[in-house]
Design a protein around this ligand. Structure first.
Ligand SMILES: *Cc1c(COP(=O)(O)O)cnc(C)c1O
Length: 371
């Protein structure tokens, strides 16, 4: 639990009881996984589960062995997709300490998603404490190699057995962890993206909430992108099919030759990325002319052709900062700059990663040391 030396973590709202793991992974098996973790395929030994029921609120928090959860087949999450999630990473710093990056921002966004999906709010300190306890229990699972980290996946599901359509009266909050290497298997210097004719989010919908349903709807367009040999799918706005919104799970930035950096505004149909927000802050510090404004696909193509667009990159916790080299729509495509990583992209990525990994000062207090 939070100790006296913690200035950033207040006493937890809820104490997690501990269940010992009867048979944790052997050191050899763990080392084999950590040597080549990939993304999202291997999991640590523990998980956190906290229950919520109407009238009682959050209770019965446990940190124990990771394993299957029992759900009634009528549980509303299985029928009406009442589910939200988060994604953040734990890093080992050069001094051996373990750090999280802006976990309070994930906790706040989790509650914003919960509100949109008619789910109960979780006290932010409980969210952060649950993540922290899991990382400490599984600290041996944080990969050591360059660029690797422990990816944390907090999520909430509706568990009430009821087929009527209304918000459920019981939920589970769960946190699992997965050692993570590079998000993009190819390791290519820049990704290629496919502009989908499908829509991800409409005004008034759930585009700004981090909910599984948004991802379910993106799987067909993502498969289409993969089939055509691209790495990611890009969505335009629902109303005019003209304005660039975001990728399936990453926000986008455009760097122009006049020193301006453009990213689509948080209009309610875009996920408010914490990486996006951090990069906006750093770019403003660099004196770039940062603009949160709409950017059309036609402008994008024209700016790439004229050379006015120097760089484009996508960002998110999983893949951090990833240059976009090529864009395809229908039968045509275009290349941005040299088609490879640009200088600004590389510099912003390096600055962000250095703060996250503790090799540069943290002027904004984004890093939370947990052990
Ligand atoms: C999570 C997510 C992002 C990136 O958010 P970060 O906080 O930077 O990880 C962007 N778009 C979508 C749709 C997302 O789900």
């Amino acid at each position: 639990m939070a100790n006296a030396a913690d200035t950033t973590l207040d006493a937890p709202a809820l104490t997690l009881s501990r269940m010992a793991h009867p048979a944790p992974t052997s050191a050899e098996a763990r080392a084999a996984v950590l040597a080549n973790p990939g993304f999202g395929t291997h999991f640590t030994d523990h998980m956190v589960v906290i229950e919520w029921t109407e009238g009682r609120g959050w209770h019965d928090g446990v940190i124990g062995p990771r394993g299957p959860i029992a759900l009634d087949p009528a549980a509303s999450v299985l029928h009406y997709a009442q589910e939200i999630f988060e994604g953040l990473k734990a890093y080992t710093h050069p001094d051996g300490s373990i750090a999280l990056f802006r976990p309070e921002a994930n906790a706040a966004r989790f509650n914003a998603s919960a509100a949109r999906l008619a789910m109960p709010a979780l006290p932010e300190e409980t969210f952060v404490e649950a993540v922290k306890q899991l990382v400490l229990a599984d600290r041996d699972w944080i990969p050591a190699q360059d660029g690797a980290s422990l990816y944390l996946r907090p999520f909430m599901i509706a568990t009430e057995a009821f087929l009527g359509v209304r918000a459920a009266k019981s939920y589970k909050f769960i946190v699992i962890a997965s050692p993570a290497g590079n998000y993009f298997k190819s390791g290519a210097p820049a990704v290629s993206i496919w502009v989908s004719e499908y829509t991800r989010a409409a005004p008034g919908g759930t585009g700004a909430a981090k909910c599984g349903g948004n991802y379910a709807a993106s799987l067909v367009p993502t498969a289409e992108a993969f089939q055509r040999g691209h790495d990611q799918v890009l969505f335009l706005d629902a109303a005019e099919h003209k304005w660039v919104e975001e990728l399936g799970g990453m926000n986008l930035f455009f760097a122009l030759d006049d020193g301006s950096l453009i990213t689509p505004p948080l209009s309610g149909t875009i996920l408010p990325g914490i990486t996006r927000d951090s990069l906006l802050t750093m770019a403003r510090e660099e004196g770039l002319n940062v603009r949160e404004e709409r950017y059309s696909i036609d402008q994008w193509r024209a700016d790439a052709a004229s050379g006015r667009l120097l760089e484009c990159f996508a960002c998110g916790t999983a893949a951090v900062v990833t240059p976009v080299g090529r864009v395809a729509q229908g039968d045509s495509d275009f290349t941005i700059g040299s088609g490879g990583p640009g200088q600004l992209t590389a510099r912003l990525k390096d600055r962000l990663v250095s703060i996250q990994r503790g090799s540069a000062p943290d002027p904004h207090g984004w890093v939370v040391k947990i052990g």
